[in-house]
Write a protein that binds this ligand. Structure first.
Ligand SMILES: CC(C)(COP(=O)(O)OP(=O)(O)OC[C@H]1O[C@@H](n2cnc3c(N)ncnc32)[C@H](O)[C@@H]1OP(=O)(O)O)[C@@H](O)C(=O)NCCC(=O)NCCS
Length: 182
């Protein structure tokens, strides 16, 4: 099994474990942190189920899903979540998703997180394309992805069904041979 441990200057990424459920729930269960996500805030039991799925996916061969905890510099506290899913039919390409606890917002950590995910995808996994889809209203996610080098490619209409109805997505992507580590 390929375990993930990525270290950046201010944050790191590692595989989630059962011990992370409570910390992950402070993000997945938070109405503000999930306002642009296509689901209602999750219960503790739902987060437990997500962690079980993540651990099962981590053991799969080949590994397609990386559901990761974002940890602070001393690697003691979980401050966010990140996902990278390799497309089974297009294994050169993966979709990323990410979120931080609201206490962490506005200090450049979200941008660092996107940079770290791109570096992980291109350098460690050898991907050619990494993309992400955001709500059209999600300005911080837009700016974080643009600053990290993910070009805006266009709109997928009614991409997601949310508790409030259909939602369009704006797609951002980075291509390996255009990407430079920032
Ligand atoms: C998206 C998210 C990770 C950004 O994290 P962050 O640490 O606040 O991001 P940064 O501090 O790196 O800021 C990124 C940019 O957004 C801007 N920004 C941050 N919060 C903002 C706000 N509330 N309003 C307007 N702009 C904002 C910053 O100024 C920065 O712009 P700049 O690059 O021009 O300076 C965070 O808002 C989050 O976790 N949101 C909930 C989950 C989510 O929406 N995930 C994205 C799914 S695609």
């Amino acid at each position: 099994m390929r375990r993930v441990s990525v270290t950046g200057e201010r944050i790191g990424l590692r595989d989630v474990t059962r011990a992370d459920v409570e910390a992950l729930h402070t993000i997945y269960g938070d109405p503000e942190a999930t306002q642009h996500m296509p689901f209602a805030p999750r219960s503790v039991a739902e987060v437990c189920g997500l962690v079980d799925q993540a651990m099962e996916a981590a053991a799969a061969e080949p590994r397609r899903l990386y559901a990761l905890a974002v940890v602070d510099a001393d690697r003691r506290h979980v401050i966010g979540v990140a996902r990278l899913r390799v497309d089974p039919d297009l294994p050169h390409s993966a979709e990323i998703g990410f979120g931080l606890h609201p206490d962490q917002w506005g200090r450049g950590i979200g941008t660092d997180l996107v940079r770290l995910l791109l570096s992980f995808g291109f350098k460690q996994l050898g991907l050619h394309r990494v993309w992400g889809a955001r709500s059209p209203a999600n300005l911080p996610a837009q700016l974080a992805m643009l600053t990290a080098g993910m070009v805006e490619e266009g709109r997928i209409r009614h991409h997601m069904h949310t508790p409030h109805g259909w939602r369009d997505s704006i797609v951002h992507a980075a291509i390996q041979d255009e990407w430079t580590e920032r």
